[in-house]
Design a protein around this ligand. Sequence first.
Ligand SMILES: Cc1ncc(COP(=O)(O)O)c(C=O)c1O
Length: 404
Amino acid sequence: MLDEPTMTGTNGGAQFFDALGDVQSDSLLALIAMANADPRPDKIDVGVGVYRDGVGNTPILRAVKAAEKLLWETQQTKSYIGGFGDKRYTELLRPIVLGRHADDKRIAGLHTPGGCGALSLGFKLIATAHPGSKVLVGTPTWPNHIPVVQAAGLNIAEYGFYDRLETRIRFDEMIAAFNAAQQGDVVLLHGCCHNPTGADLSLDQWREVVDVVERRGLIPLVDIAYQGLGRGFAEDAAGLHLLLDACDEVVIAQSCDKNFGVYRDRVGSLFLKTAQADQTKRAMDHAVQIAREMWSMPPDHGAAAVRIVLDTPELRADWDAEVGEMRARINRIRGQIAAADPRMAYIGGQFGMFSMLPISRDQVLQLREKNAIYMADSGRFNVIGMSDDAVDRFIAAIVEAMNG
Ligand SMILES: Cc1ncc(COP(=O)(O)O)c(C=O)c1O
């Protein structure tokens, strides 16, 4: 007979981890759990942050599936990949992410576990070069930005980026905050498809941002996690390319998780530009060293599939078409919502998967209880979180809530 398991503490009864207390749960995860638990068959979950097609699925892209098959057939080893990860993968990303700057030797890339890994590594690299630097963050922003910056040991200075009730960018405040920043302060910028607001800078606004960033000697860190899902690959990186035109030092945290639909495979990259190629090389050696302590080496599978897609002309063409289909669906539903009521017209001029409704928390809760529509308390919703046949019902419920 087996011994009874010991139920009391080990180590002489020490309860070491009891000191940790409760975690403040992520409100979006709690929302997803609530939506899952709702038995109403016509519920609409627009809280979750993944692409959904017309029938509500988050499919594996055809090009990715084909690449995975090729990978399975041809991969010869699963030996260690090394600190830089898949070098061919980052090489193939260069024209997409860097555009006309793809051949600039002062820019080097490194494969990371998703955009989140790239952000963590980018901020840790900044903290290694300049401990205690200040990072200007426009609010609201993707909630994980804040802990990632803090975990790197950097200080945060927030400024108001978006007025939710007036549904517009607080551009004057942004520029004023940048003008008041010190040389060497870091500015965190969303490359495109701003999460959570959908409010992207116009090209003219980018020009002004680039001007003040360059003039004040600020270090831009551009988070580009949705390239291709807004206006198109080149258009979505146009602001980033203007920054690269003007600035000697730029950090880019990139993700393939959305535009290749490989969320769980964790596929991203960190690109760094400094004034000189040898300086960039030295800094990237530091980045590899830091990554070694964080995740040692990035996961191979997803990046290998992306590499095969980009390296195989037919798959590349199919992927372009699939991203085009995703983008078209996002923009079609945006147009549908925008046309339904003048109070939502702004949604048609925004980009990416998210927008924020100018409604109160009570109205959000009412939509949850009465209509089984689940969105974040802030009014942020995933434009393509609903299936095609739910769009009219969604619009009618929002208009009803707004009418009070
Ligand atoms: C603005 C933004 N940056 C970065 C990320 C991280 O992406 P990944 O899943 O590749 O880590 C996300 C994910 O939702 C995001 O919305």
